[in-house]
Each structure stands twice: as structure tokens, then as C-alpha cells.
Ligand binder design. Structure first.
Ligand code: G6P
Length: 613
């Protein structure tokens, strides 16, 4: 939610900031702005709308200089407008601030500052920060750094900040509490950003700031400090991501590229975690077999698409480990009175590792003395750093706002984790584990098969995208697939879509069915006990003249007797069919969105990383 970037070094900051913001736009795109130390002093430009608006404004009124800070906004406090855009300034134009997060006590701070004579221009929470700094200086703070520290000690909530002072032309301050922020070290200077991809092409090493730390960057180097001014010894990590990973690589959108990357991502995850003897290796999970044997329960918490992965994980873990498994949404879990104890393993699932509700739930679980394992895509993220153990999904940067490759990687991570825990608990035999792993090995090729039939899926999307709504039905392992298919559709095409457990349809959604409603039915489980049940549910749709689009296994003759359109997928074990089926639904949503002319990578009102509650 909101992206920030900053640079201090030997180059002109403006192109670095604009390029960084382009890569951060997935975090918010209501407005954008930059501030730069120019030869005429501290200057700034802000624009409502996409980054292209800012680029256009800058082509008319050029800025040049260094250091600089930039921001792309997802509005929380105050509508998207020029006045509410970042950077925000103090009353004298001496301090410029970009911020990601929420200053929760901003109203009382604003009241106090207003009483002290400060005049606010915007409706944002952020604007109190430069004014607080200004006030600290007026109160006699020894220097700008001391003023930043003093101001931040008064702010409650979450922030990642980039701060410039007009009177310090070679210094950039950064600070972090609860919102992501990295410091990058490159040949031409030092960088701050909400994530690594924003500056990956410039940097060789990265410092992950901890909560409560600030960094002072000059063109000579970086110092990390506490808010009490003590220098902190920091670890630098080599940047492992190839710069090309953050490019579109010839695809029309990041989302399409990421959909197509899935066979490679899953193949490499399997290669990494299945050894030559056909056993699952998850070294970063770290817990002993004894730990898993004594475990009573698993609680999985996440948000959005990652929640659908959690639901799949529950089905699979129950199926293979004999454990009781519960799931909850991050935003619900933290506000109920969950009964979890030491013998519960808390599993947090998140692509970004920065989702506020997931993190808050994790912290609650830690307070209750649970061990925490996270399934996460981002090394160095807050979630990973606060977990006891981790399964990395290794999908590479996911830039399209709608999650695709991170989702299938989460499903695969759950499959590997379930086999690992099932073996450790003696619930499944080695031979059975190997049978499962052999089936998993077929998943990348099966996805490839679906991708090769993209034109057929596009034709189906072209035919059905027009209506006001669509219903997605699935059962058992594919119930979460139905929810995820519907979510993908509404996120990017804006067609209302609802996912439902097929057996539950007759308790409500059946009232919606008429000769116009597309009903996407997942019935790929030919050899499975729920297949016949699914067929009966589809018959209920047919009897009411719903327009049936079936996802069926190659060679299935039955579905053609009632489906208007069929997407065939290769035969795959039912447990793992969601990894393949969802790819067909991603494409269906993608082409519906394309036909409806939406902005697929940056859908209306959404942000990829939701760092506010
Ligand atoms: C946002 C994104 C979703 C994502 C969810 C959870 O809503 O738009 O795609 O699934 O956040 O994000 P996380 O990073 O925790 O997986």
C-alpha cells in the first residue's frame, strides 16, 4: 500500500525515482510525487492519477538533482488529489516526507501542532510528520537527525519513511516501523525502497531495516541507528534476484507473464525440495519429527488469494497428517478469541510477507506461545523475520496485482509441507509419499498443456464476459479453486463473480440461475468420490438452464452432454488438480478482463500489498 523510493549518490535522482516508482506502482496508483534537491534548493512535483501523469508533468517542468524521494499512493486518509499526494512538507518547505503506513495518532498530533500555529494543507495522516520535525527543530533539536528521532518517538502506528531536508543537500533519512523498507547499496549510491525489485538493477547488496530503526544515507555511506541515536551493526545481504525478473519480458502484461511462468516456478520448487531418493527436503522448516509427532493442531491464517491457499492447505494437511487443521482470515482471527495453545503450529501464508492483518495475527499467535511457520515469497520480509520457520515459495517477484504464480507456488508448498509432516508423524508411508511426489512431478507439464490451450479459453471468455455475474462451483480440494477463480475474475474484469461449494449451491445461489448466468463448474475428479456428486450439482444447474462452462479431465465423455463449453485439462491426482485447474481459471479471468478493457496489472482500487488493517 503506497510505494516509496529514495536515492542519494552521484547520478541525477529523477530517472532513478521514476523507474523505481514504475516498479512500485502495483502498491498503489492513485497519485504520485517526487522531491529532489536541485541547484535551486528542494523542489517537488505531484500529480493525481497514474505515474504517467507525473512523467508528463516532469517533461513540461523538468527537475534535476540529487538526492531525491518518490511516492506512489493508495489513498487511506484523504481522497486522491494533488494536495493529498506525497511528498508532504512542513510549513516552510524545508522538510519533505514520503510515507507508507498509517500514523494512528495523527489527529491528536495535528490538533497539538495546529494549536502551536502549524497550518495543514492536506487531509492526510502523513502531513503531521514534516510538521512534527519542524516543531522539533523549533524546540531546539540539535540537528535534523535529532529532529527526525524526536518526531518519530511521538508518532504511533506504522511507517516507512523517506525524508529530505532543504539544508542538508547530501543526506536522505529513512525510518521503518511496521511497513516494509529496504536500503540498497549500489555502485552509484544508496537507495531506499518499499521492496527490492524497485531498485534491483542498481544495487548489489541490501539491508533489511528492522522495526524501530532509521538509516542515514549520504553519498559516502549508510549508518543504521535506533531512535535513541545509537548506531546499530547491520547485516548486508547479497541481492539474489536477477534484474530481468522485474521486467515484462515481451508479455503484454506482468500478469500474463506470471501466469506463463508457473510451470518453471513449480518445476524449480520441486527440484529444490525433492531429493534424488524421492524425499521431501524442507531445511528451513527446521522442526524435528518429534515436534510434529507431539503437535495437536495447525492454525493457518492469511488474506485474499493466500487465504484460498490456506483452505487448500487445510484439506491436504487433514488428508495426509491426521492433524486437526483450522483456517481463518487475518482480519477475523485477530478480533476473535482464538483458542490456540503451545501444541498448535501457527502457519501464516503471504506472498509479500507484509500484509498487516496476517502479521498482526502472527504476533497474536506468538503471544500465545505458538511456534510459527510462514509460507512466503519474499526473503527478508517482516513475516519471514518474525517466524520460527519458513517455506519459501520462490516464485520470483510477482508484480501483477492479481496473484497467480505465488498462489500455485503456495499450493505446492502446502503439498510438500503436508507430505513432510505426514511422514514425520508416520501417517503416510514412504511408498505413498513417493507416489504423491511422482504425481506432483507431473504438475508443471499439465499446466503447460493448459497454457497451450489459451486461445480456446480466450474464445470462451469472449463469449461469456458480457453478463453482470458469474458463478464458480467446486467441491473438496477444488472448492478453494472455485473461490480463487471467482476472485480472479472480479479483481481484474470487474464482472461480479461468486465462488461456492457446489453442494451448498442449492441453499442460495441456485436462485440466481437462469439462461444468462455463466456457471463455471470444476469437475475434473473423474476417479474421485465427489465426481458423481459434482455431476449431480451440475445437473441442478442444467435443469434451470444455466450456461455451463465445465473444467473437465481429458477424455471425460459425460460433461459434453450438458456443458455449453468445456476446458479440458490433463488427468492428475485429485489432491493436486487445483494447481492445474486454477491456471485455466486465471486465463479465463484474464481474457474476460481483456475483453472488458480493464487495466489488468493495476485493477481499480486494489493494491498488491495491503500494509494497512
Ligand atoms: C491483496 C492482493 C492479493 C493478495 C492479498 C494478500 O489483496 O491484491 O492478491 O492475495 O493482498 O497478500 P499477501 O501478500 O499477504 O499474500
Amino acid at each position: 500500500m503506497c510505494g516509496i523510493v529514495g536515492y542519494v549518490g552521484t547520478e541525477d535522482a529523477v530517472p532513478v525515482l521514476l523507474d523505481g516508482l514504475k516498479r512500485l506502482e502495483y502498491r498503489g496508483y492513485d497519485s504520485a510525487g517526487i522531491a529532489v534537491q536541485t541547484k535551486d534548493g528542494l523542489q517537488w512535483r505531484k500529480c493525481v492519477g497514474r505515474l504517467t501523469e507525473l512523467e508528463e508533468a516532469l517533461s513540461k517542468h523538468r527537475l534535476q538533482g540529487r538526492p531525491g524521494i518518490g511516492h506512489t499512493r493508495w489513498a487511506t486518509h484523504g481522497e486522491p488529489s494533488e494536495i493529498n499526494s506525497h511528498p508532504h512538507l512542513d510549513g516552510q518547505g524545508r522538510v519533505a516526507v514520503v510515507h507508507n503506513g498509517i500514523i494512528e495518532n495523527y489527529q491528536s498530533l495535528r490538533d497539538q501542532l495546529t494549536a502551536a500555529g502549524h497550518h495543514f494543507l492536506s487531509a492526510t495522516d502523513t502531513e503531521v510528520i514534516p510538521h512534527l520535525i519542524e516543531q522539533e527543530l523549533a524546540n531546539g533539536a540539535a540537528d535534523p537527525e535529532a529532529a527526525v528521532r524526536g518526531a518519530l518517538k511521538k508518532a504511533r502506528g506504522a511507517y516507512a519513511l523517506g525524508i529530505l531536508f532543504r539544508d542538508q543537500p547530501d543526506t536522505l533519512y529513512a525510518a521503518r516501523l511496521g511497513s516494509p523498507l529496504i536500503v540498497g547499496l549500489g555502485d552509484n549510491g544508496y537507495y531506499i525502497a518499499s521492496d527490492v525489485p524497485a531498485v534491483v538493477k542498481h544495487i548489489r547488496e541490501v539491508i533489511y531495516l528492522n522495526d524501530g530503526e532509521m538509516a542515514v544515507l549520504t553519498s559516502e555511506g549508510v549508518t543504521v541507528k535506533t531512535l535513541d541515536g545509537e548506531t546499530v551493526a547491520h547485516t548486508t545481504h547479497p541481492v539474489q534476484m536477477a534484474p530481468e525478473a522485474a521486467e515484462r519480458a515481451g508479455f503484454e502484461t506482468f500478469m500474463l507473464k506470471e501466469i506463463h511462468e508457473q510451470p518453471r516456478v513449480l518445476r524449480s520448487l520441486l527440484e529444490q525440495h525433492v531429493n534424488d531418493a524421492g524425499q521431501v527436503q524442507l531445511p528451513e522448516v527446521g522442526f524435528s519429527d518429534d515436534y510434529f509427532q507431539l503437535l495437536r493442531r495447525i492454525m493457518i491464517v492469511s488474506c485474499g488469494t493466500a487465504y484460498h491457499a490456506a483452505m487448500y492447505g487445510k484439506f491436504l494437511l487433514e488428508h495426509l497428517t491426521g492433524l486437526a487443521v483450522e483456517t481463518d482470515l487475518g482480519s477475523e482471527f485477530r478480533y476473535r478469541s482464538p483458542r490456540i495453545e503451545r501444541d498448535t503450529l501457527f502457519v501464516a501464508v503471504s506472498q509479500s510477507g507484509e500484509t498487516a492483518d496476517t502479521l498482526a495475527s502472527l504476533r497474536l499467535a506468538r503471544e500465545m506461545k505458538c511456534k510459527v511457520c510462514s509460507i512466503c515469497n519474499v526473503q527478508g520480509s517482516t513475516l519471514v523475520r518474525e517466524s520460527d520457520s519458513v517455506v519459501f515459495t520462490e516464485a520470483g517477484p510477482e508484480i501483477g496485482v492479481a496473484s497467480t504464480k505465488a498462489y500455485t507456488a503456495q499450493l505446492l508448498a502446502f503439498a510438500l509441507f503436508s507430505i513432510h509432516v505426514g511422514r514425520a508423524r508416520g501417517e503416510i508411508t514412504d511408498a505413498y509419499a513417493q507416489e504423491l511426489l511422482e504425481a506432483l512431478a507431473g504438475v508443471p507439464d499439465a499446466i503447460h498443456y493448459v497454457l497451450e490451450r489459451a486461445d480456446h479459453i480466450r474464445a470462451i471468455a469472449d463469449k461469456h464476459h458480457d453478463g453482470p455475474s458469474a458463478l464458480y462451483l467446486g467441491r473438496r480440494f477444488n472448492y478453494p479453486t472455485a473461490l480463487e477463480g471467482a476472485l480472479k475474475n472480479k479483481e481484474i474484469s470487474y464482472q461480479h463473480a461468486e465462488g461456492y461449494a457446489a453442494g451448498e449451491m442449492k441453499h442460495g445461489p441456485i436462485a440466481l440461475i437462469n439462461e444468462y448466468l455463466p456457471v463455471i463448474c470444476i469437475c475434473t475428479q473423474t476417479a474421485d468420490e465427489v465426481y458423481e456428486k459434482m455431476i449431480s450439482n451440475i445437473k441442478e444447474v442444467e435443469a434451470r438452464h444455466g450456461r455451463i462452462i465445465a473444467l473437465a479431465t481429458d477424455g471425460d465423455k459425460q460433461v459434453s452432454t450438458f456443458a455449453e463449453d468445456i476446458i479440458y485439462v490433463p488427468a492428475i491426482r485429485e489432491e493436486f488438480s487445483p494447481l492445474v485447474n486454477v491456471v485455466a481459471l486465471q486465463l479465463l479471468a484474464y481474457y474476460a478482463a481483456q475483453a472488458r478493457g480493464t487495466d489488468i496489472d493495476k485493477p481499480r482500487n486494489l493494491a498488491k500489498s495491503v500494509t494497512v488493517e
